[in-house]
Write a protein that binds this ligand. Structure first.
Ligand code: AN7
Length: 404
């Protein structure tokens, strides 16, 4: 039997593993799942069979008997990107395309664990606030589990493909007159009062699924870790989860270092970048976050404390990029590597480029960028930034003359 419980990262209070608690009842701090690593069998991680998130179940918060709610999430490709590396002026670049998860974003990794845990706890329904991808993923897993799903979206601020997914998979959707931070505030109270299971990334079980990104990166590189991992930051769950994954590999003696965790925010929504640069422990929330990268249009990231710890203790940085830089990076990645991502994901590439130009990143570092969501999530944006198809008569000569 695996031993684990829930621990407050601020005051150290402990809660039993089957207690439905999202933040510390004593001090309000964020929670983390704690294992007794001395009882873990290393062979079960480095020699595990299968693929995807559940391959690493030795490091997931379940007994071996648990039947997962799964749609074959994880096991996403890690592409070696020499053409992009050359364009940016570095030597050793990899992109892990999390947009190739079944729902089109990394959220599936967290939801397979979170919804499986919810079902195990016997919850009557699941809910989230979302900038889009979380709701799309949760709707799918709730459908698979056969339980009701409630999602709260900021009105008019969610990319088309994501809303379509939540609708199609049968979630009850509320379009809130407010932003993501307002939606999260409302859903947190609703979940407490109505005994619905909250599956935003404040739920520590969700992050356990997302930490498997670190395991896959390390495994594909021969159980070695890169020098740096770069990813977009919104509510700051993913950077915290991936850091935890690498930390576990170090704790278990599988790797000896932790990559510099490098978080990128949009210039119009960068409370974590501000806190990092000003050496503050706490963020100052932004009331009116604004960026074309709607997935990370978040002014009050709930996991800020975990993310700042991840960045600082790994020797990483936080940096922001403009909407123009995001769009440029999205087009570059699509056209030199054939990797299609949504704007938020392109922030990681834009951040890499900016940090290289600033001299913050060394040319010979081994770098892994995480692209978190698929291009088709946001088709409207594609149509805005690309040349429109040319309408012509069905005539060879007409088309021939126009070929570029
Ligand atoms: C493509 O769906 O917050 O820093 O509600 O969809 O872990 O929040 C989405 C976040 C990056 C940021 N890239 O991750 C939501 C939501 C994409 C995303 C992020 C999101 P976190």
């Amino acid at each position: 039997m695996k031993e684990y419980d829930v621990k407050c990262i601020r005051c150290g209070a402990r809660f039993p593993k089957d207690d439905i608690v999202y933040t510390c009842r004593k001090c309000g701090g964020l929670l983390d799942i704690k294992y007794d690593y001395s009882k873990l069998d290393l062979e079960r991680i480095v020699k595990a069979k299968g693929e995807g998130v559940w391959k690493y179940r030795a490091l997931l918060p379940f007994d071996d008997e648990t039947t997962p709610i799964t749609i074959n999430e994880g096991n996403t490709p890690l592409y070696r990107c020499d053409r992009l590396a050359q364009a940016i002026g570095i030597d050793d670049l990899w992109v892990k395309h999390e947009g190739l998860n079944p729902s089109g974003s990394f959220k599936d990794r967290g939801m397979t664990v979170g919804v499986t845990k919810g079902v195990e706890l016997g919850v009557k329904g699941v809910a989230c606030a979302s900038t889009g991808n979380t709701s799309a993923s949760l709707a799918i897993f709730a459908a698979k589990a056969g339980i009701p799903c409630y999602v709260l979206l900021p009105k008019g601020k969610v990319a088309l493909g994501k809303v379509a997914q939540a609708m199609m998979h049968g979630a009850q959707i509320f379009s809130l007159r407010g932003n993501f931070d307002d939606a999260l505030r409302v859903v947190r109270v609703l979940c407490e009062e109505e005994s619905i299971y909250l599956l935003n990334s404040v739920n520590p079980y969700r992050l356990e699924g997302q930490k498997t990104i670190a395991f896959e990166v390390a495994e594909k590189l021969g159980w070695a870790v890169p020098d740096r991992v770069i990813l977009p930051v919104g509510n700051a769950g993913n950077i915290s989860a991936i850091f935890k994954g690498f930390l576990e590999l170090k704790t278990l003696g599988i790797a000896d270092t932790i990559p510099r965790m490098t978080g990128i925010q949009a210039a119009g929504a960068k409370p974590i970048v501000n806190a990092f640069k000003e050496n503050k422990e706490e963020i100052i929330p932004e009331d009116k976050p604004e960026t074309i990268a709607s997935a990370i249009r978040i002014g009050n990231p709930v996991n800020a404390a975990k993310a700042l710890h991840a960045i600082r203790s790994s020797g990483g940085v936080a940096e922001s990029v403009s909407d123009e830089e995001i769009t440029e990076a999205q087009l570059l990645l699509a056209r030199v590597e054939g990797i299609g991502v949504e704007p938020a994901s392109a922030a990681s590439i834009a951040g890499l480029k900016k940090l290289v130009e600033m001299g913050e990143i060394e040319r010979d570092e081994r770098i892994v960028c995480i692209t978190t969501g698929h291009l088709l999530k946001d088709p409207e944006r594609v149509i805005e930034i690309c040349e429109a198809p040319i309408e012509v008569d069905a005539d060879v000569e007409v088309v021939r003359k126009m070929l570029k």
